[in-house]
Write a protein that binds this ligand. Structure first.
Ligand SMILES: NC(=O)c1ccc[n+]([C@@H]2O[C@H](COP(=O)([O-])OP(=O)(O)OC[C@H]3O[C@@H](n4cnc5c(N)ncnc54)[C@H](O)[C@@H]3O)[C@@H](O)[C@H]2O)c1
Length: 460
């Protein structure tokens, strides 16, 4: 086991020397979608790194040299380079933390069924850290949390357990909120600036020096942890709200006979317009959760609710209903009965080209289709021949099309951009298409004889 180098006691020169000579031991707690690439990046920069996770299967897989994140380009090569040299995984937090200089938390921050943020993973690890941290440990939180959580809750959970350590005196703590986009994490880690906030300037300085070494991106100093977390949430809530805006416009434009895609493409020619696209809902572990984190903060501060954000959520959460309305409408035009028909859901991931179905709108659409007594088929290139949402997924797109009366395109995976309307018409039993991402050419669909409904597109 590595010996600690007491990084908080080093002067700038000694610190840089320690970092460059790889004389700093790091542990990353939570080695999932974000934590594993983070751990690999630390190890690849020459720092001895151990990934801690409660998922023993994941830990065994990693230690058997099997890379789990197949949809993150670039990390497979880095994994092969560092595994068992500079990096390994463990379930034993009690063995690793006391010997680590830097403890990075990349734990999940989901929400419960009532949309209340669930910080239990961070708080329970916080309690463990209260027993396991040794003098001069540096804790860095990458997880997305609401402003004030570090100061008011996490620090308390560490200070009030075990050794009764005091933040800023016995251990240092700061944040470097994660902004990477799944599917392109390596690109984002190499290019996107990061925010650094900490309990004091000294901790901020040490975090900045370490992250500069590992990621070589710009590090933006923040006055404290809560401001850094506020920036992170603001960027994602901004996106959630803008998507809600275009989703509402999409429904309006359908009625007026205006194509939202034509409007958006032209609107982006204006210098201060930032394009967002309509869709079947907003999923994933970030955007919906981050809006509710902001709403939660507002409630704690005595705001009745953060009205704009709440309205945005309501719109985005209603989009699966609208997609079903488009389907019903297409069936009426086809003079076919929806009941007992075979509906193919194309794409179940919450975003294109990433194997992730957390909070995906596809799940709600599928539930609604089942309630309408349709037979649901699923085809997703990332979930072939497996069981998802209590359904056995399809393994072959053409065979799935041949069985289908209608399809709903939910996720714009690359594979679906080549779908040719003439091909669809020739394969499907009935040719009804609901295109929630507007990736099929509407005129070509009409010419091919498809009954087509595009989100935000009037009938032509
Ligand atoms: N995935 C994203 O797109 C993304 C982007 C930016 C920020 N974030 C944020 O990063 C954080 C991590 O997200 P993620 O997507 O990597 O989550 P994830 O679910 O993929 O990974 C979290 C890991 O933590 C492990 N874990 C849970 N409880 C634990 C415990 N008590 N001790 C040790 N390990 C534990 C889980 O087994 C899992 O492997 C979250 O706060 C999230 O909001 C995620």
């Amino acid at each position: 086991m590595e010996q600690k180098s007491k990084i908080m006691q080093l002067n700038d020169h000694e610190l840089i020397e320690s970092i460059q000579s790889g004389n700093i031991s790091v542990c990353i707690i939570g080695i999932g979608r974000i934590g594993l690439p983070t751990a690999l990046s630390f190890a690849n920069s020459g720092l001895s790194t151990i990934g801690i996770d409660i998922n023993s299967k994941l830990v065994d897989m990693i230690n058997s040299k099997v890379f789990p994140l197949k949809d993150e380009p670039g990390y497979d090569v880095m994994f092969d380079k560092v595994i068992n040299e500079k990096f390994h995984a463990s379930t034993k937090i009690q063995d690793v933390v006391p010997n680590s200089d830097v403890i990075v938390l990349s734990l999940p921050t989901p929400m419960d069924e009532s949309n209340v943020p669930d910080y239990s993973a961070l708080l329970s690890v916080g309690k463990q850290l209260g027993e396991l941290l040794t003098k001069d440990s540096l804790v860095i939180v990458e997880s997305t949390v609401e402003p004030g959580f570090i100061e008011n809750e996490l620090i308390n959970s560490i200070e009030n357990s075990g050794k009764k350590l005091v933040a800023g005196k016995d251990f240092a703590i700061g944040v470097c909120p994660e902004t990477a986009n799944p599917g392109q994490i390596m690109n984002d880690f190499e290019k996107l600036p990061r925010l650094v906030g900490a309990i004091n300037d000294h901790a901020a300085n040490v975090i900045t020096k370490i992250y500069k070494h590992v990621f070589t991106v710009d590090l933006i100093p923040m006055p404290n942890c809560k401001t850094a977390n506020a920036v992170k949430l603001t960027t994602n809530v901004f996106r959630d709200l803008n998507i809600a805006f275009v989703n509402e416009l999409a429904i309006l434009f359908e009625k007026v006979g205006i194509d939202i895609m034509t409007v958006l493409e032209a609107a982006k020619s204006k210098y201060n317009f930032q394009i967002h696209y309509a869709g079947p809902g907003v999923g994933g572990p970030c955007l919906p959760v981050n809006s509710y984190q902001m709403i939660n903060l507002a409630k704690k501060m005595g705001f009745d609710t953060l009205k704009s954000v709440q309205v945005g959520r309501t719109i985005n959460e209603s989009m699966p209903n609208h997609i079903i309305d488009l389907l019903r409408d297409a069936f009426v035009e086809s003079k076919k009965s929806l009941e007992n028909s075979n509906i193919l859901v194309l794409g179940i991931c919450y975003k294109p080209d990433v194997k992730d179905i957390q909070i995906t709108p596809a799940e709600i659409i599928i539930k609604k289709l089942k309630n309408l007594k349709t037979n649901v088929l699923i085809y997703d290139p990332y979930f072939k021949s497996t069981n998802v949402f209590d359904l056995q997924t399809e393994s072959n797109l053409i065979e799935a099309l041949q069985k289908s009366d209608a399809l709903i395109l939910v996720t714009a995976h690359k594979e679906f951009y080549n779908l040719d309307p003439i091909f669809l018409k020739s394969k499907m039993k009935n040719a009804i298409i609901v295109d929630s991402k507007c990736i099929i050419n509407q005129q070509s669909a009409k010419n091919a004889g498809l009954v087509y409904r595009g989100l935000g597109r009037g009938k032509i």
